[in-house]
Write a protein that binds this ligand. Structure first.
Ligand SMILES: C[S@@+](CC[C@H](N)C(=O)[O-])C[C@H]1O[C@@H](n2cnc3c(N)ncnc32)[C@H](O)[C@@H]1O
Length: 354
C-alpha cells in the first residue's frame, strides 16, 4: 500500500485507463468498419436506418446495428434517436474511408488483428526468449503492401527520390538499382515505370511478396523490373548505382552485415536511400512522438520479434535516428543526410554515400 498516493492523480489515471479500454475496443470496431466497407457505404448515404445501411453494405442488419451502437457512443457516427437514423459526418469520413487515401486511419486499425493473432507467441517469447517468425503473420505482406503503396504512389517520385540531389536525372539516363526487402515490390514497379532506361531488381525472402511483385510488374508490362526470392544478408548480387531499403533495416536479423554489404555494393558515386521510422534513439525524446505507443507496440508485436526469431539483433522499430546514423557510419558511409517529409511524422529518410 502506497501511503503517499495522490488520490486525485490516481483517479485521473483510472479515468485514463477507462478511456484506453474504450478506445482500444473502438479500434477493433473501426477495423471491422474498414474491412466490411461500412464507412465507405455510409459516406455515400444520407442519414439512414441500420436496415438501410446493412442492405447497402450487403451485411446482416443485427451485426450492423450493434456495430453502429459502438460507433455512436464512440462519437464516430451521429445518431438521430427520433428517426433512428445514423450518419457519418464528412469530417470523419475524410479519415475513415478508402476515398481518404493516405488519410484513411481506419486502415491502420487492421494491425490490431495482426498483433492479436500473435499475442500468444509473443507472450511465450517474453518468458522463453526468441521471437515470432514471419510465417506466423499470414496477412502481413498484403497489409504492408497496401500501406506502403499509399506512400509510394503519392510521394516516391515527386518527394522521396529528389531527396538525393540529381537522382531523378540519373535514373532517367539509366541506373542499376536494387531494392532490399522489397515486399510486394510496389516501390520498384513505380520507379521502373517512371524510368524505363534504368534496370531494377527487388529482393525479399518472402515468396508471397515476390509473387505479388512479379504479378504487378507483368500486369504493367515492365521489362526493366526483376524480382528474386533472396536473403539480403548474403552479399548483394552485383554492383549498383542506387540501393534502396524502404522500412526494412530495423526488421533485419543482421542489420550491420547488410549495411556493410550495401556500402561494398555501391558503384563509385552510388547512393543508398534508406527509409526507416522517424524516432529518437533516446526514449525520453519519444514522449512527444505522435505515434509513440503505436510504434513501440508494433515493434514488440512484429519488428523486434521477427528479428529475434532469427537469433537476430532485435533492433526494434524505435532504434532511432542517432543509432541509424551511427550504424551507417560504421558500415562505411562517410556522408549521411537525414530528411523528413512535411506532414509525415512516421518516416525518416537517409541519403548515404561512401
Ligand atoms: C516492413 S516490410 C517492408 C516491405 C517493403 N519494402 C515496403 O515498403 O512495403 C520489410 C520486408 O523485409 C523483408 N525482409 C526482412 N528480412 C529480410 C532478409 N534477411 N532478406 C530478405 N528480405 C527480408 C520482409 O520479408 C518484408 O517484406
Amino acid at each position: 500500500m502506497n501511503e503517499t498516493m495522490d488520490s486525485a492523480k490516481a483517479e485521473a489515471f483510472a479515468g485514463r485507463m477507462m478511456f484506453l479500454l474504450n478506445e482500444a475496443f473502438l479500434g477493433i470496431l473501426v477495423s471491422i468498419g474498414h474491412q466490411t466497407k461500412l464507412f465507405d457505404v455510409m459516406r455515400e448515404l444520407p442519414a439512414a436506418t441500420s436496415a438501410a445501411i446493412a442492405t447497402a453494405a450487403g451485411l446482416q442488419e443485427r451485426y450492423v446495428r450493434e456495430w453502429l451502437g459502438g460507433m455512436v457512443v464512440g462519437r464516430i457516427v451521429l445518431y438521430d434517436p427520433g428517426a433512428q437514423t445514423y450518419w457519418l459526418p464528412a469530417e470523419h469520413a475524410a479519415f475513415l474511408t478508402r476515398a481518404a487515401g493516405a488519410n484513411n486511419f481506419a486502415f491502420f486499425t487492421q494491425y490490431l488483428r495482426l498483433a492479436s493473432s500473435v499475442e500468444g507467441d509473443v507472450l511465450r517469447a517474453f518468458r522463453e526468449g526468441g521471437g515470432v517468425a514471419y510465417d506466423k503473420y499470414p496477412d502481413f505482406q498484403r497489409l504492408q503492401g497496401e500501406e506502403s503503396a499509399r506512400l509510394y504512389d503519392g510521394l516516391l517520385l515527386p518527394a522521396i527520390l529528389p531527396m538525393a540531389v540529381g537522382l531523378g536525372q540519373r535514373l532517367e539516363a539509366g541506373l542499376d538499382v536494387i531494392d532490399l526487402g522489397t515486399g510486394q515490390g510496389h516501390a520498384v514497379n513505380v520507379m521502373a515505370r517512371a524510368f524505363p532506361k534504368s534496370r531494377f531488381l527487388g529482393l525479399d525472402f518472402s515468396a508471397g511478396g515476390i509473387q505479388a511483385a512479379r504479378a504487378e510488374a507483368s500486369s504493367w508490362q515492365l521489362a526493366n523490373a526483376r524480382f528474386e526470392v533472396a536473403d539480403t544478408t548474403a552479399t548483394l548480387p552485383g554492383q549498383f548505382d542506387l540501393v534502396t531499403a524502404f522500412d526494412v533495416i530495423h526488421d533485419l536479423a543482421k542489420p550491420q552485415v547488410v549495411l556493410a554489404n550495401i556500402a561494398r555494393a555501391l558503384k563509385p558515386g552510388g547512393v543508398f536511400l534508406m527509409m526507416d521510422m522517424a524516432a529518437s534513439s533516446r526514449l525520453e525524446e519519444n514522449l512527444t512522438h505522435p505515434a509513440g505507443p503505436m510504434m513501440y507496440a508494433a515493434s514488440v508485436m512484429h519488428c523486434m520479434t521477427v528479428s529475434l526469431a532469427q537469433e537476430g539483433e532485435g533492433l526494434g522499430a524505435m532504434w532511432g535516428e542517432q543509432t541509424a546514423q551511427d550504424y551507417l557510419r560504421k558500415a562505411g558511409f562517410a556522408d549521411v543526410q537525414v530528411h523528413h517529409l512535411e506532414g509525415d511524422p512516421m518516416h525518416a529518410f537517409y541519403v548515404a554515400q561512401v
